[in-house]
Design a protein around this ligand. Structure first.
Ligand SMILES: *Cc1c(COP(=O)(O)O)cnc(C)c1O
Length: 251
């Protein structure tokens, strides 16, 4: 009979592993910042812990990360319940929702102090604002832009981005803090970073145009494990990292 280690006993080893990976990610971010003349402090790592157990999220906090993300509301609420809103070092944990949000799940997520990266249509924004108003809160959101016009991806078309921000900003209980994009899946042989780069550059251009009118539109959520260095070089302020920090997803 094999005796599985209890979560508490697992923690030090997981934490050690995550710490090592984070160190190397931070070095790569710093190098990308160096190449593009940016301050590494302007890049926030959002740790995507989806499919990993709560002890992995705790290991991320123990390693010094403060921003945790899930891609489903269910997973987010479960992790928040298991991990809490304060890290072991006493810092506040910032929670992010980075996956598609269904309208019927909005009620469960409003008022939880979560940055929602994926407002991809006006109807969703309206429902968010309505529900936020009901619980007396202002939701912080990013608008998802389908920069590549990828039919398999959600989001506002780039030509609609400014009008979209304008419309969503006008809703009473939402605060639009920036933009998100997810470039198309690269073909197997391709260099994902170089394929994604023009999409990142376009998102930044849209953010710059938006910020000229609305100074609160600052965040650029772009870049994942395979392409975060290109994203940083193109101006990402939030990079969403899973695999590079935690290894392959456990399904
Ligand atoms: C899973 C996920 C990520 C992280 O992906 P990795 O390639 O593992 O870094 C980032 N963004 C979103 C929206 C995700 O669902």
């Amino acid at each position: 009979m094999t005796v599985l280690p209890r979560p508490q006993e697992q923690l030090p080893e997981v934490a050690h592993e995550v710490r090592g990976r984070l160190l190397s990610v931070r070095e790569r971010v710093a190098a990308a910042c160096e190449r593009s003349g940016r301050d590494p402090e302007s890049v926030m790592i959002v740790a995507v812990t989806k499919t990993h157990p709560p002890e992995v999220a705790r290991a991320a906090l123990a390693a010094g990360l403060t921003d945790l993300a899930e891609n489903h509301v269910q997973g987010l609420l479960a992790k928040m319940a298991a991990v809490g809103t304060e890290s072991t070092t006493g810092r506040a944990v910032r929670w992010h929702l980075v996956g598609r949000l269904q309208r019927n799940k909005v009620r469960q997520v409003v008022g939880r102090s979560v940055l929602i990266h994926t407002v991809d249509r006006c109807a969703l924004a309206e429902e968010l604002s309505r529900r936020a108003q009901r619980v007396g809160t202002v939701e912080r959101v990013l608008l998802q832009i389908n920069v590549a016009g990828d039919p398999t991806k959600a989001g506002f078309a780039p030509e609609q981005a400014l009008a979209g921000i304008d419309a969503v900003r006008a809703l009473p209980n939402l605060r639009v803090e920036g933009l998100t994009t997810m470039p198309p899946l690269p073909p197997p042989e391709a260099d994902p970073a170089e394929l994604a780069r023009p999409h990142f550059a376009r998102l930044r251009q849209l953010r710059d145009e938006a910020r000229a009118s609305w100074k609160e539109v600052v965040q650029l959520s772009m870049g994942m494990s395979a392409d975060f260095e290109a994203a940083v070089e193109e101006g990402a302020t939030l990079i969403r990292l899973g695999t590079v920090l935690f290894g392959p997803r456990r399904t």
